[in-house]
Design a protein around this ligand. Structure first.
Ligand code: UDP
Length: 329
């Protein structure tokens, strides 16, 4: 049976990886919606001419009307990198989370479609429970510089559950932890892309703070697996469910690993430099994925070591082709 699947944020990092996976199934028609603020059509260039793929340039802050019947919605649209979602974009970020959720929930309601919300580990804020379980209610600073994203996503979660309670909308909520891999934007500002691009260009790696803060990094193919599994899970399992890799590393460990790998490849004399830690930067983060394992039969398969190799290869090609473009200008 043919399924029409709408993906907001479809030209972004995770969205474009999801589009590429879902289009492989001949029964899927994909409608990719994005305002291309942090996404790019380059990310979907190789599938844009597929007759089962449609791109709509649209900002989900505004309502969206689609003529054809939609079966599933993956709501991924939102800038997710701190430098992209903060500063003068903060109000826009909250609006994307909140108005975007309402607009997409309305679309789901009209179509009787299933809708998946990409929430975030940021709902736990500076966590006092470690590793983070879904029942933990978090420790978010509601007036800090990350609040636009954290509280925006928390409000989106509550909207999803209210639509489910009030209208019976078929919802699924996942909380995505740090994710990396091909199709990340080199200028996105997040730690994995920054470190790898700095290393490949022979620049110093910028550690914010003393590098003792931890994160858990999930390779994007593993994440796409669990997103699809969640959408296809039993109707009564609505989440929220943590989706991430429980391997926990300090930021200094990550920098050392990237330096070791890129030094082997390029024989550069790379080093780290320290910069101030941004406000409200969480000290530690690691998902407890017991729920995802038991309800979805999912756990990540790609370790950081292997995922970093693939990601370094991706960025090396990308930097090379961008340099060649400059030479040809
Ligand atoms: N970070 C860093 N150097 C960078 C970019 C980020 O040390 O060039 C740190 C950042 O302060 C945070 C961690 O790496 O502690 C992860 O940052 P990222 O922006 O990737 O995601 P977050 O988990 O903070 O949303």
């Amino acid at each position: 049976m043919v399924k029409t699947i709408l993906i907001t944020g479809g030209t972004g990092f995770i969205g474009s990886n999801l589009c590429k996976r879902l289009i492989q199934d001949e029964n899927n028609k994909i409608i990719c919606v994005d305002n291309n603020y942090t996404g790019s059509l380059d990310n979907v260039r190789d599938i844009i001419d597929n007759p089962r793929f449609t791109f709509i340039e649209h900002d989900i802050i505004k309502p969206l009307n689609i003529d054809e019947k939609i079966d599933e919605i993956y709501n991924l649209a939102c800038p997710a990198s701190p430098p992209a979602y903060q500063g003068d974009k903060a109000v826009f970020t909250t609006m994307t989370c909140v108005y975007g959720a309402i607009n997409m929930l309305e679309l789901a309601r009209k179509n009787n479609a299933k809708i998946l919300e990409s929430s975030t580990s940021e709902v736990y804020g500076e966590p006092l429970v470690h590793p983070q379980v879904e029942t933990y209610r978090g420790n978010v600073n509601p007036i800090g510089i990350r609040a636009c994203y954290d509280e925006g996503k928390r409000c989106a979660e509550s909207l999803f559950f209210d639509y489910n309670r009030i209208y019976g909308t078929k919802i699924k909520v996942i909380r995505i932890f740090n994710t990396y891999g091909p199709l990340m934007d080199p200028n996105d500002g997040r730690v994995v892309s920054n470190f790898i691009c700095q290393a490949l260009r022979g620049e110093d790696l910028t550690i914010y703070g003393d590098g003792s803060q931890t994160r858990s990094f999930c390779y994007v193919d593993d994440l796409v697996d669990v997103i699809i599994k969640m959408m296809n899970s039993e109707d009564d399992f609505i989440g929220p469910v943590n989706t991430g890799n429980p391997g926990e590393f300090t930021i200094k460990q990550l920098a050392d690993l990237v330096i070791e790998k890129v030094n082997k490849r390029n024989n550069k004399n790379l080093k780290v430099i320290y910069k101030p830690l941004p406000a409200d930067d969480p000290t530690q983060r690691r998902p407890d994925i017991t729920l995802a394992k038991s309800k979805l039969g999912w756990e990540p398969t790609i370790k950081l070591n292997e995922g970093l190799d693939k990601t370094i290869e991706y960025f090396a090609q990308r930097i090379l082709s961008e340099e060649q473009k400059l030479v040809n200008v």
